[in-house]
Design a protein around this ligand. Sequence first.
Ligand code: ADP
Ligand code: MG
Length: 304
Amino acid sequence: MYLDKGVKAVVALGGNAFNKPGEPINQDTHLKNVDTAARIISRMVDEGYRVVVTHGNGPQVGFLAELQRDKPAFMLDALNAATQGLLGYLLVSAIDRYLGTGRSVAVVTRVEVDCGDPAFKNPTKYIGPLYHEREAEELSKRYGWHFRQDPRGGWRRVVPSPTPRRIIELEAVRRLSDAGYVVVAAGGGGVPTCNGQGVEGVVDKDLAAALLATELGADLLLILTDVDGVYINYRKPNQRRLGIVHVDELERYYAEGHFPPGSMGPKVLAAIEFIKRGGRRAAIGALEEGYEVFRGLRGTQVVL
Ligand code: ADP
Ligand code: MG
C-alpha cells in the first residue's frame, strides 16, 4: 500500500478546500480554509513526495459570472483562467508558508476538448450559488442561462462540461515538478480549448486530475472532498463505505449506478481511469483526514 519516497502524487482538492457550505465567498473564508490543504500537501513534500495540485472552481467561477451578469465583460473561458489565478495564488501562498517562499507555483492551464463534444449541447456542470425556482426562471429568461435542480435543494446554473483530452501545459508542469516546485495546475479543470480557442464550459476537475496524473506518470491520485470515502447504497439504510477496493469491483458498482454524475460519479471514474492506465493507487476521502487518506489509513483506496 505504501509508495516509495520520490514518487509523484496528484492531489485534487474539492470545493470545501476553499469554501464550506453556507459560508460567504470571500477572501477571509478562502484564506482560513485553504490552510488545511496546504498543511497536508507540505507534509507530503516534507516526506519526499513530488506533488502536483489541482482544484475545483464551481462556486468561484459562478460568483465571477454573476458579478458581471448585467454587463458581461469576459466569457467563461477567461473567468475560468481568472479563478485559476485567484485560487492558485491563495494555494501557493498557503503552501509557501509551510515550505518556504517560492517553493510552489501556479500554472494557468488549458485543456484541449473536442469541438464537437456532445456536452456543448447538454449543459450539466453546476456553477455558482443555489437559487429559488422563481429566481432561476427569471435569470434564465434574462440572461439565457441554463438551470437544473440541485440534489441539495434549489436550482443552480449549469454549463457544458466537455471531456478533457490533453493538457496543453503538460510539459511545463512536468518540468517545474521535476525541478522541485510544488505545482498547482489545471485548476477548475483547466480552460477548455478547441482549435486553440477558449470555449464556454467548465471541465470536471476530477477528470482533468485523472488526465494530469496519467500523463505525468504519477503513482498516486489523491482526491480530497467533504465525505469520508466512497459509499455503495449511499444514504440508504444498507450504505457501506468502501475501504480497499479493486478497480474491477469499483467498475461494477459504477455500472450499477451507485455514484451520481456531478458529485461522486466523476471522482470514481477518475480513480478507475487512472488505475486502468497505469496508476498504482487512487484514494478518495475527506480533506480533514487528508494525510491519513494519503497514507492509505482512511478513505477509499482503489488499487489494481
Ligand atoms: P467536490 O467539491 O469535492 O468535488 P462534490 O460535491 O462534487 O465535492 O462531491 C462530493 C459529494 O458526493 C459528497 O458531499 C456526497 O454527498 C456526494 N455523494 C454522492 N454519492 C456518493 C457516494 N456514493 N459516496 C459518497 N459520497 C457521495
Ligand atoms: Mg465536484
